[in-house]
Ligand binder design. Sequence first.
Ligand code: CMC
Length: 431
Amino acid sequence: MADNPYKLVNEQEGLSETLGVVSGTQGPHAVDVRKLYRDTGVLTYDPGFMSTASCESRITYIDGEAGILEYRGYPIEQLAEQSTYLEVAYLLLYGDLPNRTQLQKFEQLIVYHTMLNETLKNFYDGFHHDAHPMAIMVGVVGSLSAFYHDSLDINDPKHREISAHRLFAKMPTIAAASYKHNISEPIIYPRNELSYCANFLHMMFSTPCEPYEVNPIAEKAINLLFILHADHEQNASTSTVRLAGSSQANPFACIAAGIASLWGPAHGGANEAVLDMLTEIGDVSHIDKYIAKAKDKKDKFRLMGFGHRVYKNFDPRAGILREVCKEVLEKLADNDSPLFELALRLEEIALNDDYFIQRKLYPNVDFYSGIIYRALGIPNNMFTVMFAIGRTIGWVAHWMEMMNDPEQKIGRPRQIYKGSPRREYIPIDKR
Ligand code: CMC
């Protein structure tokens, strides 16, 4: 590839610039345009980053055409089947699978950080009782930087690591507390003898009045969902975390920014939107009407849980979740089976429709996750929060990677200015 460099030629202006190429271990090559503006005065234009690699990374690899997702080289299918979320978290953060001792130590460290500072709990009272849990998450996670001054020197690798552990460990506690506030129940403290996922379920569903036993089927399902959501390279929220962090902002503020970005229905908010959509469709007999709406360019409606910027074949996470969804519904004898049947039928109809075939629109990770969450008793407004818990380790791993990168620079895109040319100020009584 280096022998075949790209050339930018503008004959009118007599400009010719040879551009270098950057290559990874796998995936497409990238044209290196870093010095393009300096050398030629020309910018590149790529809204939405359709063809732009914003950084080098060693964390996650996606081949969207082949439906491949790998964390640190390990296929998602193998991790989903054989690993645990804590092990995957270690892998994402440190680059390799842990041995037994490393894993045990990591688990202890995380458990040690699960509790919230007692004063932080007062923040919840500042939110209206029916505040959306994602709104609470953005505020409370951002406020962590007001509590943990002892580890906020972002130039100290030890501080960075402690902040990473704190964020990862506290996220389920913050999330469950957001839910408890939303339903006006007391906040439940973590029980550190439980696993990461079981602890979350305990904090979500137990009350001070009655004993609560974690259902192992639910624990297993959450473990898998968190593994599948753990990272997805430079998606909108991860890029937001990186961009916020590039200004040397503290990690708690960066992750709060990531949560805000995740909330949108085009990103993590899609899982909540899928359930709303399935409920609105209501019956198989209405599917055709909604497919027609999704295809109508004058209608803003899109099939939620369908399509992906990178996957143009299938989202491997969706395939795994379809099977798990079936299993969970069978085992929990939930009454959401009609919703699952509806989702299956919708998928079948859409996948045979020319509009979806031509645009390579397939179900994504969010298509089935909501049905599983609902079967586990998790309400719709917590779906995106669940995504945020699972994704926190990915955000943190990317933030750590960026902070360790000697080439790291403040993220500062340019623009094509389309506004008014220079004009003179007119005093208000003369306008
Ligand atoms: N329903 C109907 N048409 C669609 C859909 C959809 N869900 N998604 C894309 N299209 C059409 C779109 O109208 C466009 O058609 P045309 O070429 O005729 O103008 C074409 O497909 C390409 O769409 P795009 O918006 O240019 O593609 P994108 O890569 O910018 O957007 C997406 C990707 C995920 C935002 C989009 O597919 C979408 O809005 N999907 C629904 C929301 C959703 O499920 N989001 C979750 C994404 S996966 C989890 C995550 O990342 O958080």
